[in-house]
Write a protein that binds this ligand. Sequence first.
Ligand code: XMP
Length: 327
Amino acid sequence: MPNDRRPENMVRITTPELADAFIEEQLQALRDQIGDKKVLLALSGGVDSSVVAAMLIKAIGDRLVCVHVNHGLLRKGEPEQVIEVFRNQMKANLIYVDATDRFLDKLAGVTDPETKRKIIGGEFIEVFAEEARKLDGIEFLAQGTIWPDILESEAGIKAHHNAGGLPEDMKFELVEPVRILFKDEVRIVGERLGLPANMVYRQPFPGPGLGVRCPGAITRDRLEAVRESDAILREEFAKNGLEGKVWQYFTVVPDFKSTGIKNGKRTFDWPCIIRAINTTDVMEVTVEHLSDELIDHLVKRITTEVPGINRVLFDYTPKPPATVEYE
Ligand code: XMP
């Protein structure tokens, strides 16, 4: 595979010029590797797969086939943005699969966190493999593997199984155009490829998505409350200059109700928990303390705009002892 390992003396890509030079070199390497064949990519809308898509669209146009699986656990506006950016603006060959019902039906009544994660991961591979089987003449599978993935897998910290999971009979040659890059380099390269800043600089988002922020058995109404409150939180962080400054921020809607009052009537609704954290390595995290003004505003908006929420709580727990996500 070309550019298998990051050269010891490789200069860190910190400027547009260095990013442009990397892109030129990679485009040539991709064209040499792929020739006139077709490539398949699972496009989640996350930073790495988006940058890989943008690079391959430049290199081979519509011989890249992108599959975006909406598992119903994405944040508000995410599938729409993937379609807008890749299909409408970049003219990508994009297959959009709305598998929401399939995932939520499988998850119905499942309370155990690890079982939930397994169902989401397993179903994702199944949907992706089904789409892949419908296509003819695909020889390559593109992946957003980045250099820290390789280093961590070599150090035994985490299994590097980006490729893993596809059924045995599905054999593809791998295409990994950002394999030798660190995350900050991937972002600059993405910007130079024309991706929107909010896509390239977005906060980390777990694979199981909002599913881990809807603790216990996922129901559509509570999931919607997570999605809507998350959208409000992101909007307010952006307005208040916190986007890109705070490492990660999100809402969780736990599965219990408490008494409240709205328009003179008793309510019995869920609380919404706000978590905002900072970290460098995600092993240890500290809590971002928000201004009283912002807290008051968030409480007001979330309790008035999100159906099913009558209380807002703040999670002031660092990691350890708490993890970032709730499941
Ligand atoms: P925890 O909860 O382990 O989270 O303290 C640390 C960081 O990892 C993210 N996270 C995930 N990312 N797939 C991912 O791609 C996952 O299953 C997953 N679980 C947690 C989490 O959002 C945080 O940034």
